[in-house]
Design a protein around this ligand. Sequence first.
Ligand SMILES: Nc1ncnc2c1ncn2[C@@H]1O[C@H](COP(=O)(O)OP(=O)(O)O)[C@@H](O)[C@H]1O
Ligand SMILES: [Mg+2]
Length: 259
Amino acid sequence: MSDKVQNSKGLMIDVRDLRKSFGEREILKGLNVQVERGETLVLLGGSGMGKSVFMKHLIGLLKPSSGEVFIDGEEISNMNESELKRVRAKFGMVFQNAALFDSMSNYENVAFPLREHRKDMSRTQIDAKVRHLFQMFSLDAEVHGQQFPSELSGGQRKRVGLARAVALDPMIVLYDEPTTGLDPITTDQVDEMIIEAKAQLQVTSVVISHDIASAFKIADKIAFIYYGEIVAFGGPHDMLDSSHPFVKQYFSTWREKNA
Ligand SMILES: Nc1ncnc2c1ncn2[C@@H]1O[C@H](COP(=O)(O)OP(=O)(O)O)[C@@H](O)[C@H]1O
Ligand SMILES: [Mg+2]
């Protein structure tokens, strides 16, 4: 086993000097990110800074121009599609618009990945699992299960989306801007949901956000991305101590409001 693999032990995500260019444009400029098992990392930063491009490297949807991406101790950037498929099974993903199937009941939405991928499970076992997932995220399997996504509130839809994302027991859950465009109350509910998922499932989470209050509430670690570079990395309090001018500026308004 190489040193590189051994050094990644204990880390669920270990990204080293990741660079990515599209044509002449370098979008990621040497990122280093380490996330331990069970931690929540928030990628914070403005629009167009490279947050989604970074996240796509974690599941091998994009290949680095250079650098390394270790997931659960394995370097994935040179993997072929069938190896990547195995690694992607360790992930659950929650997207901005929940991406539920509108024509399926909420129950069927959550049952869907189990029916597709767990041919070993009986109908009864799947039913028990779906009910458990509904309960875990404070949804009523009888009431909300029979409804369709359009009949739920924004916060409830997010919870169905998360229940579906974790149905196959992922080790890592990725959230790309889960609260963008939501009202403050729903945003709070989504934050609570992310905290619940971490507590109940012991998953490692990576959350893209540009909301400082959310980030402070849910993060063990924050990586502040500015034009493809991590200009601050650490616990929420390390952000407030950052000497980087843009990080200072980003946090100063928030700090004044919350002083
Ligand atoms: N497949 C691609 N080809 C070329 N440019 C891309 C591609 N994906 C993203 N970009 C560019 O990379 C930059 C960062 O994008 P992105 O990571 O989506 O930003 P954000 O931080 O808002 O998530 C943007 O300028 C975007 O236009
Ligand atoms: Mg994005």
